[in-house]
Design a protein around this ligand. Structure first.
Ligand code: FEO
Length: 392
């Protein structure tokens, strides 16, 4: 794609990656992604804000063909999907300097062949004039690594936010046109990379509250020309108040655990509790992460494999543990053949969740009447607990 005008002298010069389906060899990208870089021309200096993933460096370099001079490359974040093409840009513009935080400089030197003399580090709140346009750097750690910052341009009321507020969507839309679509993609993105740091992200949101913002231009996905949409969504996601939601990730090998899950889900729904059920054999892990943003309770369903939980459950439980959602309650249900330690071993996989563990329901073989009664009891307890938190 060619450069696209955002404002007079401000251009999107990124790359759209329509076919990427996995990020960090972990995160599913059902809608592809984009790596947004922005060029800002002042009357004295020219700045490039972020670059693109090194796999698409040629796209960026083509966009820069008609740009004779770049004085500064602002590296908001050291991760290579934004920084990976900096060496090529520095090679083309021999006088250009990389502007980043002190932590960012160290990380960029660890990751990329950039000589120390090419860096200028900036403090929180520091400004840099391009002539008629100013870059104000605001340190915003953990969106998504500890070194991250964003840039505010006061003359245009634009916040360039890098990963913060980003969404993995490949699109030709420069601005958000379908908020519902971007909402889900942005929530997936938040859930997978920022949810564990929501306390710090709350502070970052407070920090930018005082700025007058007309546009939020992230480095993934379209630009927000109605910033309140994504700012309000983030306020909701980072709050510590869960919703009346139960998430049930499960695996079933011969149908018994499946029967238990279906019975529990129906019993919860009958008590007015919303449930998201995920068969881990086929589930999109990103959808599971999205559901965890709001959930008050997780019930893990597992058959017993060699005395412990199913390996897919081990993976999912570990993921839930490292994402540290705002869960308040957890339990385990499932079937076993002759012996099991699935409950103890599953509980051992989620040590970082500050949850009350509710009475598990394990059954030998196929579930029978007493097992369904136990599941009814578990559903009643969950509904009662949600009621005590005024979620229902
Ligand atoms: Fe889009 Fe954390 O990089």
């Amino acid at each position: 794609m060619k450069p696209r005008k955002v404002r007079e002298g401000i251009y999107w010069v990124g790359a759209v990656d329509w076919d990427r389906r996995l990020f960090d060899s972990l995160i599913p990208l059902p809608d592809g992604t984009s790596y947004n870089a922005y060029l800002i021309r002042g009357s004295d200096k020219v700045a490039l804000l972020d670059t693109v993933d090194p796999t698409m460096a040629d796209v960026l370099m083509t966009q820069l063909e008609s740009v004779p001079r770049v004085d500064y490359i602002v590296a908001h974040h050291a991760e290579q999907d934004h920084s990976g093409s900096i060496p090529q840009v520095l090679e083309k513009y021999e006088e250009a300097k990389v502007i980043t935080t002190a932590k960012g400089k160290g990380m960029l030197m660890d990751l990329l062949p950039i000589p120390e003399g090419r860096f200028i580090t900036v403090e929180d709140g520091e400004t840099l004039s391009l002539g008629e346009r100013t870059l104000e750097f605001i340190h915003t750690p953990w969106v998504h690594w500890p070194e991250t910052m964003v840039t505010y341009v006061p003359e245009e009321h634009i916040l360039f936010s890098c990963d913060f507020f980003g969404s993995h969507i490949a699109t030709t839309d420069l601005y958000v046109t379908e908020e519902w679509r971007v909402y889900e993609a942005a929530k997936r993105y938040y859930a997978e990379i920022m949810m564990p740091f929501r306390k710090i992200i709350r502070r970052n949101l407070e920090k930018i509250e005082g700025y007058s913002i007309d546009l939020i231009a992230p480095s993934h996905g379209p630009i927000y020309n109605r910033p309140a949409f994504i700012l309000d969504a983030y306020q909701d996601w980072v709050s510590e108040e869960p919703k009346n939601v139960v998430v049930v990730p499960y695996v079933s090998m011969h149908g018994s655990t499946q029967k238990m899950v279906e019975y529990l889900v129906s019993a919860l729904a009958g008590r007015g509790v919303a449930v998201h059920q995920f068969d881990l054999a086929v589930a999109d892990i990103g959808k599971l992460a999205i559901a965890l943003v709001d959930a008050a309770t997780v019930v893990i369903g597992t058959p017993t494999v060699h005395v412990g939980p199913h390996p897919l459950v081990v993976y999912a439980a570990h993921l839930v543990n490292i994402l540290r959602p705002k869960l308040r309650f957890a339990s385990v249900i499932g079937s076993y053949g002759w012996s099991t330690r699935a409950v103890e071993q599953t509980a051992g996989l989620i040590p970082d969740l500050k949850v009350e563990v509710l009475e598990p329901v394990l059954c030998r073989g196929v579930p029978r009447e007493a097992d369904f009664e136990a599941l009814d009891h578990l559903a009643a307890i969950i509904a009662e607990k949600h009621g005590q938190l005024s979620l229902i």
